[in-house]
Write a protein of this length. Sequence first.
Length: 363
Amino acid sequence: MQIQAAVIRETDGPFLIEDVELDDPGPGEVRVEIHAVGVCHTDIAIQHQWMPVPLPLVLGHEGSGIVESVGEGVTKVKAGDRVALTYGFCGACPTCSADRPAYCYEFAPRNVSGGRPDGTNALHGVNGFFFSQSSFATYAIATELNTVKLADDDDLLIAGPLGCGIQTGAGTVLNKLQPREGQSIAVFGVGAVGLSAIMAAKVAGASPIVAVDLNPGRLELALELGATHTVNPDEVDDVVVAIQGITGAGADFAVETTAVEQVATQAINALAPLGTCAILGLGPAGTNVTVDMTALLIPGRTVVGVVEGDSVPDEFIPRLAQLYKDGRFPYDRLIKVYDFQDINQAVADAEAGTTLKAVLRVK
Ligand SMILES: [Zn+2]
Ligand SMILES: [Zn+2]
């Protein structure tokens, strides 16, 4: 079928909306009419080729919409179902079998190879299958595995970001760190991912919840969404000391979303004994975390990478959607909606930080 897709043709180049041919869904695949799609930091990272994915390429990995048709063997969804799309995984490797699909052994071929794991592509003339979807387009082909069924009362316009950016922050707290009531957490960088972590920390009953950011407007919003304290590095002599002043011995948990080397070091050094720092930020290749080995050893600290909030999407995305409907996870506060044609403005605003979570209205 003929579709429209936003194509990146060169490194740092603009998104060009072009007519492209899309195949029928193959075995185990689902073709989705995209209604909306979020813009995530990873789309921008690939536009800059911080992580090389072959160009020309259709990005987009927070799609939501209605199933148009399904391929052979698909049983989870059928035409007409309302769905959100998430990251790709194989469902069969050791980590997938252990219900940890975010660490799928085939993560790279299924998300950032520019095509299916076997090297084929459903799009003609451009690379795709980005996060098993390439949803900056009017239609996308996903797999049954990374298609998540939504409830009738879920809003398709805002459901897509649950599939990546929002679950990355919220899942890190609710699935991976799992703070007990009254344990402290510091979140470094309060963009869409960090603010999702803060809303989730409030759901978990963590306290205090410290937001760390240079942007006063974002710190203000963090307080409205659940942070109990804020630290602006421009306004304190030492961020670690400031966090110790709020938490006592340091934070039981830290969430690092900035991918800035010095910030990651601060996040680790701000931990209480036995504290855990989750590293979420994706920076250019060669971004290193430097930490004094003794500062890890003596307090028994843990540093752990967390991908996609360690979520099992079929369980966690409906859980977040329900928390939203219950008024406990107001992630719509982060969203600004743009028309699909204005994708370059949406990306520019996301990159400038003036928009926390851009969502493109495709239909
Ligand atoms: Zn797997
Ligand atoms: Zn993403």
